[in-house]
Write a protein that binds this ligand. Sequence first.
Ligand code: SAH
Length: 462
Amino acid sequence: MLLTISTTHQPATDLGYLLFKHPDKCQAFDLSFGTAQVFYPEASDTRCTVALVLDINPVDLARGKAGSNRQTLAAYVSDRPYAASSFLSVAISQVFRTAMTGRCEHRQDLADTPIPLIAKIPVLPSRGREGFLRGLFEPLGYQVDVCRLALDEQFPDWGNSSYFDVELTHTIKLCDLLSHLHVMIPVLDDDKHYYVNEDEIQKLLRHGEGWLATHPLKAEITSRYLKRQRGLTRDALAQIAGEEVVAQIPQETPEEIIEKPISLNQQRMETVIAALKTSGAQKIVDLGCGEGKLLKLLLKEPTFSEILGMDVTYRSLESAQERVLDRLPTHQQGRLKLIQGSLTYRDARIAGYDAATVIEVIEHMDLNRLRAFERVLFEFAQPKLAIVTTPNIEYNVKFEQLPAGKLRHPDHRFEWTRSEFQNWAREICSNYKYGVEFGSIGEIDPKVGSPTQMAIFTLKME
Ligand code: SAH
């Protein structure tokens, strides 16, 4: 694991005073989980760079000496020694402890001054979400340069990994940069290698002082920093906001933030439910159900007697379980089932339903997997009705927050124009026993159409 911090503030070697580490020395620090080395690969008057290299012994890690409780082979084959994680975050706070407090005996004026700084982290995990990474640092004023790393450079077809090579540039006090890194690295990794309790709230408040309370993603940062423990998160948010209770912990994705001004999500759900009700469907399967937003609304309608949610991501299902299933009264719980599965593999569990909904899912699949999905849904599962929604890329020009040419979510593999979507749907009808009608969701612009497009497929009776 590597972190470098450079400055061009002159004389640049003053960085050594701020960090309490002499630019001519190479120093090693023993930490409970490995060794941290600090040295300066460059140290001139015009530019100075400090490197923090963290070595974790992977075998100790696997055997539980360094905070791992995993007993399986996965414990030996893990990214922990290489990717920036809570280990690096702890190393920063131990090795640069005094610098983080903002104190500097010899150059207090410099410690109090914003100076040009560049932090580089070559392997930062963000589970494939560049938008989230930017969403963390850009509101703090950083220029964020990222390069998503390939899964394996020798096999480009395998696609991208969920790791990023990141460069953060800002004119900022060094202590603030260190605090931001200390908090954000485990937030991005969405994990911590140690037990998290109330003490962690105080740590977050300390390191988040002056910026966290006004950060647009403060709820998500707090929740992840506290390892998604609801009780701790609620207490921390209450303290940050200076309020007693924070009723709800929002979990918004960048896509939701972009689409928020028109509450598109709500309109989408309402339209889909209305179409399901009109069809008379009772048994519904929601494919790619995510955290269960549609499931929750379906449950409110007594006509939907049997509801199945399927998603490929275990984490989403856990969230659906917590947010929807566990909150149902016991006598209602039998109406909803959640299963893990992929839409690109034939699956008997999703057959026999009156209607299938595939809401904002196809754009998350690689184009070359869509054929497989079509067979799974229209040949094997064969619901009487299938509702598919997806963004209309033509409408993107209307989203003020979305830079030109960008898709709405970093995980989107494609977004289609209206004619691309309609051609795709019509081709399905020529290959399978379905007819299709199209609908628009959200405001309809005369030139670019509506933000979401919908296809309602109906099984043709023999
Ligand atoms: N339908 C939900 C979630 C949309 S986000 C909503 O409207 O709120 C897209 C979801 O599709 C994610 O939860 C993702 O895990 C899921 N997904 C993507 N590819 C999938 C696949 N091949 N099989 C099943 N689910 C998939």
